[in-house]
Design a protein around this ligand. Structure first.
Ligand SMILES: *[C@@H]1O[C@H](CO)[C@@H](O)[C@H](O)[C@H]1NC(C)=O
Ligand SMILES: *[C@@H]1O[C@H](CO)[C@@H](O)[C@H](O)[C@H]1NC(C)=O
Ligand SMILES: *[C@@H]1O[C@H](CO)[C@@H](O)[C@H](O)[C@H]1NC(C)=O
Ligand SMILES: *[C@@H]1O[C@H](CO)[C@@H](O)[C@H](O)[C@H]1NC(C)=O
Ligand SMILES: *[C@@H]1O[C@H](CO)[C@@H](O)[C@H](O)[C@H]1NC(C)=O
Ligand SMILES: *[C@@H]1O[C@H](CO)[C@@H](O)[C@H](O)[C@H]1NC(C)=O
Ligand SMILES: *[C@@H]1O[C@H](CO)[C@@H](O)[C@H](O)[C@H]1NC(C)=O
Ligand SMILES: *[C@@H]1O[C@H](CO)[C@@H](O)[C@H](O)[C@H]1NC(C)=O
Ligand SMILES: *[C@@H]1O[C@H](CO)[C@@H](O)[C@H](O)[C@H]1NC(C)=O
Ligand SMILES: *[C@@H]1O[C@H](CO)[C@@H](O)[C@H](O)[C@H]1NC(C)=O
Ligand SMILES: *[C@@H]1O[C@H](CO)[C@@H](O)[C@H](O)[C@H]1NC(C)=O
Ligand SMILES: *[C@@H]1O[C@H](CO)[C@@H](O)[C@H](O)[C@H]1NC(C)=O
Length: 832
């Protein structure tokens, strides 16, 4: 005891002497004024930093002994400019918090002048350079440098920060290995290196850092096996190793982590079975092992996880039945087991005693009926069971599941009629029951689904007349194809003002196509293979998008008696005028012709100006415009010929990862060029796969179209595309901006990364990428963002064609960019 006190007093003496020797001559007032002078204080947070009052009363300043600055507390004060060195020169300082500002520059290496510092939080700025050395700050307990742009390796002597309890370097650009000396930090409780480019193995001697409670090493490039020594960290509460390149099995030593509540190992290359010892972890709240190559059966021992709320085992190779045990986990909220090889029936009590809000068992080999009690929680909002072999009727109980929002039960063997209340669910916006064996009429039931945007009843055995309405003013996609509907297409379908896609092919419809089908936003109309008669109504060819489409492509109406598509006079009788871009006089058979959509009032001189500007664009990822045929009613655009060029939407399924990334990078380059190098900036408007040509080398080319720039109603034309950012939807006065392009690009990325249409994407990836794209574009740097992708492009093309890790890298980069951008909303999203 006395010995300890004695040691401490020596330590304090030392500090004292040290302070006397190094700090003499510093005037803290002068230092503070120099801090103020060198920081850009937009929000006037330092307004009372005025020598006429004592600096101990200044905003953000706390004093020790009424005379020395001990604490500088200025988080989120909108401070910008270079981080002042003087802030690190207060001899009595214990705590500095400048987090969440816009400071840039390097953190000084030599922090000996703030020797007593215990808390340093510089997170969420734009700091560069390397991690400062630990040797000068022996008392530091908290070091938060997360979400900056720090680079280089973690210093070998990081262990000199031997008193640290909290270390957060997440969201930077650090590379190299974790130095062995980290194990010197035996008091460390919170350890985050997530979202950097660190590699090598996770050090085995992490097992020596016995105080660890939180480990976040996700979103890096760690390889090798998970060290079994992690199982010795008995205080561990969170373990997150996601998005790495870890191989081997889940160590059975994890069974000793009895305080663990969160175990996240998703998106690695783990194999083997779930070790039985895991079922010792009775405190687990969330278990995510998805996107690995784990196999074996899912054990009934899951019954041990009585606190479990989230279970993600999707995208693995699990087989056998879904254990009954899952039905008896009272807190289970989210259960996602999709894309495995599960068979047998869904446990019949699933949902009954749980608290389910999300259930996704899609793409397995499940049989039997959909259990009655899935919605017993009354909070189920996602029910995703598609691509199984489920049979029987849709349970009547789902009619009362008023919380449902997204229901995808297509591609099963469901039969019978839809239960009565199933079409009056108030919150459902996405309902896909296609490719089942449903029967019965749909016109004699109540449809009241005010939120419905997407409805597919395609490929069932439904019959009878079509209903007048589905009780939604928001319907965008309606697919009723492949049934036996009869009678006319109700005129009221013309009132679906938001409709983008209407498909009622392969049915028994007859009569005339109603002229009311004048939906300004309609992009896809397929009424083929019915018994419709008569001319295509004039109103249809006036639809901004469809009119042009019908004039050159009649497949949409093939199989009917319609002839309007072939001889649409409106286009043939127009007087055409050829406008060739200057310097591009040659039009030959290699020129690719596209029909322009509504190009507005052509005599407008601004329009000509815009056209001329587009013609001057010369970028390898933008299709050159050569000429335009125009009349007072419409126009045809002539583009350069892309050898072997195919629409991205056509070739999408055949693109391997390399090529997908090449497309993403190409389009990113095109957008960057159009936004940043063209003056004024060119807005693409709607970045859809249909606008992208992929040539034989896999290079992507963006095809610009001509917006009618002369009036609001013309700019509204773009609203026809689902890819246009929501902020441009609905309000006709909103013009398109760079942000809406980035939003469109975000959606395109989702398709490229997941191989699925964004509308099909689960797990909030759509929201998060799009959020990111939307909020970050202006504050962050397209430059940086494109460059990280281009960097990966190079590493990718060298790799093997199946190289899925390339996509991981791309995702990781998106992620780290998201995290390192101080103004961006990051919600910890997760792909696939
Ligand atoms: C932050 O500073 C920027 C300029 O750097 C200014 O435009 C913005 O309004 C400020 N925000 C707040 C909340 O003061
Ligand atoms: C400091 O405060 C005094 C009195 O409140 C005021 O007159 C003076 O202008 C202030 N000085 C600065 C630099 O803001
Ligand atoms: C650092 O500051 C940020 C933002 O002000 C805060 O969210 C975070 O918790 C702080 N870090 C630590 C370790 O206290
Ligand atoms: C760090 O700074 C202190 C005081 O400014 C000085 O005495 C010391 O030599 C410096 N250390 C290094 C390695 O430069
Ligand atoms: C962040 O730092 C980078 C590199 O120093 C710089 O290019 C960029 O403009 C900075 N961004 C902000 C918002 O300060
Ligand atoms: C480990 O910490 C001690 C102080 O506790 C320090 O003297 C030593 O140099 C550190 N070693 C390394 C490798 O960082
Ligand atoms: C990841 O680490 C491996 C070595 O383990 C290395 O070959 C590869 O280039 C790294 N990838 C990235 C993107 O840093
Ligand atoms: C992933 O790990 C494997 C085997 O350890 C290695 O060959 C490969 O280069 C790693 N890939 C990346 C992108 O790190
Ligand atoms: C758990 O720890 C004990 C001793 O602390 C050890 O004997 C046992 O092997 C460990 N269990 C596992 C599964 O590693
Ligand atoms: C899944 O398991 C089957 C049979 O055990 C095996 O043939 C297949 O390769 C596995 N797939 C993956 C992706 O591991
Ligand atoms: C699904 O199960 C059936 C038998 O129930 C079997 O014939 C079929 O091969 C299974 N499919 C897959 C993909 O495992
Ligand atoms: C019309 O579209 C179909 C399918 O999209 C395509 O196969 C066909 O070639 C097109 N016809 C013309 C004349 O462009």
């Amino acid at each position: 005891m006395t010995k300890k006190v004695h040691q401490m007093s020596i330590k304090f003496m030392f500090v004292f002497v040290f302070l006397l020797s190094t700090c003499k001559g510093f005037d803290e007032l002068e230092l503070l004024l120099s801090v103020k002078a060198s920081i850009n204080d937009q929000s006037k947070s330092l307004a009372n930093w005025n020598s006429s009052i004592s600096f101990c009363k200044w905003n953000g300043i706390t004093c020790f002994d009424s005379s020395h600055v001990s604490k500088i507390d200025l988080p989120g004060k909108n401070l910008s400019g270079k981080i002042p060195d003087s802030i690190f020169r207060f001899p009595y300082i214990q705590s500095i918090d400048l987090s969440n500002n816009q400071l840039f520059g390097d953190i000084p290496q030599n922090l000996s002048s703030c020797y007593p510092l215990r808390y340093l939080n510089l997170s969420s700025n734009n700091l560069t350079g390397i991690i400062p050395s630990g040797q000068y700050l022996p008392f530091l307990e908290t070091l938060d440098l997360s979400n900056n742009m720090l680079s280089g390796q973690i210093p070998e002597n990081i262990g000199l920060f031997s008193g640290l309890k909290v270390l957060d370097f997440g969201g930077n650009a650090l590379f190299g290995n974790i130095p062995n000396s980290v194990t010197n930090m035996t008091s460390l409780e919170y350890f985050t290196l997530a979202s950097n480019q660190l590699s090598g193995e996770i050090p085995r001697n992490l097992g020596l850092m016995k105080s660890l409670k939180w480990i976040y090493l996700g979103y890096n490039n760690f390889s090798g096996e998970i060290p079994k020594e992690i199982g010795e960290l008995i205080y561990l509460n969170h373990l997150d190793l996601v998005y790495n390149n870890l191989t081997g099995k889940i160590p059975s030593s994890f069974g000793n982590l009895t305080n663990l509540e969160y175990l996240f190992l998703y998106f690695n290359k783990l194999t083997g079975r779930i070790p039985n010892s895991i079922f010792n972890l009775k405190k687990l709240v969330s278990l995510d092992l998805s996107d690995n190559s784990l196999f074996g059966e899912i054990s009934e021992n899951f019954i041990n996880f009585q606190n479990l709320e989230v279970l993600h085992l999707f995208s693995n190779n699990f087989s056998g039945k879904i254990p009954n045990a899952l039905s008896y986990l009272p807190h289970l909220k989210v259960l996602q087991l999709w894309s495995n090889r599960l068979s047998g029936e869904i446990p019949k009590d699933l949902g009954k005693f749980n608290n389910l809000s999300v259930l996704d068992l899609s793409t397995n080999n499940l049989t039997g009926k959909i259990p009655e009690n899935l919605c017993a929680s009354k909070v189920l909002f996602k029910l995703i069971l598609f691509s199984n072999s489920l049979e029987g009727e849709i349970p009547g109980s789902l009619s009362f599941c008023k919380s449902l929002q997204r229901v995808r039960i297509q591609q099963n063997r469901l039969s019978g009629e839809m239960p009565p209340g199933f079409t009056t669910l108030p919150l459902v916006y996405f309902l896909d029951i296609s490719s089942n064996y449903l029967s019965g009429r749909i016109d004699n039931r109540e449809w009241d689904m005010p939120q419905l945007q997407m409805l597919s009843l395609a490929r069932n055995g439904l019959f009878g007349p079509l209903p007048r309405s589905f009780g939604s003013g928001k319907l965008e996609n309606l697919d009723l194809s492949g049934n036996s509907f009869s009678g006319r297409i109700p005129e009221s379908f013309g009132e679906f003002s938001e409709l983008i896609e209407l498909k009622i092919s392969e049915s028994q419809l007859s009569g005339q196509t109603p002229y009311q089908l004048y939906c300004r936003k309609l992009v896809v109309l397929n009424l083929s293979h019915n018994h419709l008669t008569g001319e295509i109504p004039v109103s249809m060819s006036e639809m901004p998008v469809l009119g042009a489409f019908l004039a050159i492509n009649s497949t949409a109406v093939v199989g009917n008696d319609l002839c309007g598509g072939e001889k649409n006079d409106r286009f043939t009788t127009l007087r055409w005028e050829l406008v060739v871009a200057s310097g591009k006089s040659v039009l030959n058979k290699n020129s690719k012709v596209f029909l322009a959509k509504d190009i507005g009032s052509i005599s407008d001189s601004r329009w000509m100006e815009y056209w001329n500007k587009l013609c001057k664009i010369d970028h390898p990822n933008v299709v050159k415009m050569l000429a335009m045929c125009r009349s007072e009613k419409g126009g045809i655009l002539v583009y350069e010929y892309i050898h072997e060029g195919k629409d991205l939407s056509e070739v999408f399924g055949c693109l391997n990862w390399d090529r997908r990334i090449k497309v993403a990078v190409g389009i990113a380059r095109a957008i960057k060029y159009l936004h940043c190098s063209c003056s004024p900036c060119v807005i693409v408007g709607d970045i859809t796969p249909r606008k992208i040509m992929v040539d034989e080398k896999g290079e992507a080319h963006l095809r610009l179209s001509l917006p009618g720039i002369n009036s609001c109603s013309d700019s509204k034309f773009f609203n026809s595309s689902a890819y246009v950012a929501p902020e441009t939807k609905g309000s006709k006065d909103d013009l398109l901006t760079e942000k809406s392009d980035i939003y469109g690009f975000g959606l395109l990325l989702i398709e490229l990364l997941t191989g699925k249409s964004w509308a099909d994407t689960e797990l909030g990836i759509r929201d998060s990428i799009v959020e990111w794209a939307r909020y970050c574009y202006s504050d962050c740097h397209l430059e940086m963002w494109v460059d990280t992708m281009i960097k990966n492009d190079q590493t990718c093309t060298a790799g093997d064609p199946e190289a899925r890790p390339c996509a991981i890298d791309l995702v990781k980069n998106l992620d780290s960019v998201v995290r390192s951008s101080s103004n961006c909303v990051f919600s910890g999203f997760k792909l696939f």
